[in-house]
Write a protein that binds this ligand. Structure first.
Ligand code: GH3
Ligand code: MG
Ligand code: MG
Ligand code: MG
Length: 333
């Protein structure tokens, strides 16, 4: 082995911290590769690989997972800078620092190397102490970068989970557990919000108070669990009877439901109510000698100043009472 291929050796200072370097040298000349191996041999924190076939370099780099790539420029069949560009495009080597190692000591070529994505440039063969110092420096920068990236990703992920959990929690506070319709609280919020909007825009609001007929008797006869099942199915019918995205059905409490319909005429509201009554009838849930039915009271108004949603609810409730008195399984407006 000729001395031409030996780096200048010296006493290499110990690394400041323990960053483990994986160095990949891509150079077509085995002599150079072996010289660099010898230069790095005494450093326990440096691991070294080389690749003499430039066509294999990208694959080897993906395999070896270097923390630093030492890249020769002139190689048969391949320009070293093309390889640097390929590293930059490959996800596994995208951020890996590349130190160009070349015999060429011209500023224009150095500039080109940095433009291609290289992080550093050393004229070969470099001094051993300087080479090791630069490898350590780039390894440290790279590993810090990777760590920051991972910490950032982990942080973003935990933030995403938190936001998801909060949204779910928020959703649960609006939902009735048995029927999955809106709950009373959500209904009250929605109604008072829409009431204000309808007042401003002068559009009518209709309330449907819906109550299951003789439901105490149903529970007494078929049991509370069967009662719960019936309520779920009735709730589905109520929900499916709504016509618009802005219509909202909620569980008002017990076996009572309520729906608010926006910008709807009296005949329009009656139509929705008829769908509900007919839909529940069509469920054909046996009840005594007949089947489960519902009664509905409807009230509608053009919101006015000094008039409250509570008053409209009360009027709907009175209509519901009249539907019960008139024999149930019907709507009263
Ligand atoms: P009406 O036709 O006049 O409405 O008679 P009703 O028996 O339905 O009226 P009442 O208010 O006396 O009874 C309501 C019943 O609804 C009492 C209660 O057992 C039942 N109920 C209320 N909430 C639930 C529930 O969550 N699950 C079940 N299974 N039953 C419920
Ligand atoms: Mg070469
Ligand atoms: Mg009832
Ligand atoms: Mg009731």
């Amino acid at each position: 082995m000729s001395d031409d291929f030996d780096l200048a050796f010296g006493i290499v200072p110990a690394p400041a911290e323990n960053y483990l370097s994986m160095v990949l040298l891509v150079d077509d000349q085995v002599m150079i590769c072996e010289a660099v191996r010898r230069a790095l041999a005494g450093q326990p924190e440096l691991d070294f690989h080389y690749c003499t076939n430039p066509l294999e370099a990208v694959r080897v780099a993906a395999e070896v997972k270097p923390t630093v790539i030492l890249q020769d420029l002139v190689m048969p069949g391949m320009d070293g800078l093309d390889l640097v560009r390929q590293y930059r495009q490959n996800p596994s080597t995208q951020a890996v620092p590349v130190i160009v190692l070349s015999t060429k000591d011209e500023p224009a070529i150095k500039g080109e190397a940095f433009n291609a994505g290289a992080n550093d440039y050393l004229v070969k063969l470099p001094d051993q102490i300087e080479l090791i110092a630069r490898i350590r420096y780039h390894t440290r920068a790279y590993l810090d970068h990777v760590q920051r990236n991972e910490a950032y990703r982990a942080l973003r992920e935990s933030q995403r989970q938190l936001i998801k959990a909060n949204l779910e929690l928020e959703r649960l506070t609006r939902i009735d557990g048995l029927t999955s319709l809106g709950n009373r609280r959500y209904f009250d919020e929605y109604l008072s919000l829409e009431w204000q909007r309808s007042l401003r825009k002068q559009i009518p609001i209709a309330i449907l108070m819906i109550d299951v007929d003789n439901f105490k008797k149903y529970n007494d006869t078929y049991g509370h669990l069967a009662g719960d099942e019936a309520l779920k199915r009735i709730a589905q019918v109520i929900q499916n009877s709504l016509g618009r995205r802005t219509d909202l059905a909620a569980r008002f409490g017990g076996e009572e439901f309520v729906a608010v319909l926006l910008n709807v005429s009296d005949p329009g509201a009656s139509h929705v109510a008829e769908r509900m009554v007919a839909g529940v009838r069509d469920l054909n849930i046996p009840h005594g000698s007949g089947r489960v039915t519902i009664s509905i009271g409807i009230a509608s108004t053009l919101p006015a100043v000094g008039y409250t949603p509570g008053e409209l609810l009360h009027i709907a409730d009175q209509a519901l009472f009249r539907a019960k008195m008139a024999g149930r399984d019907r709507i009263v407006i």
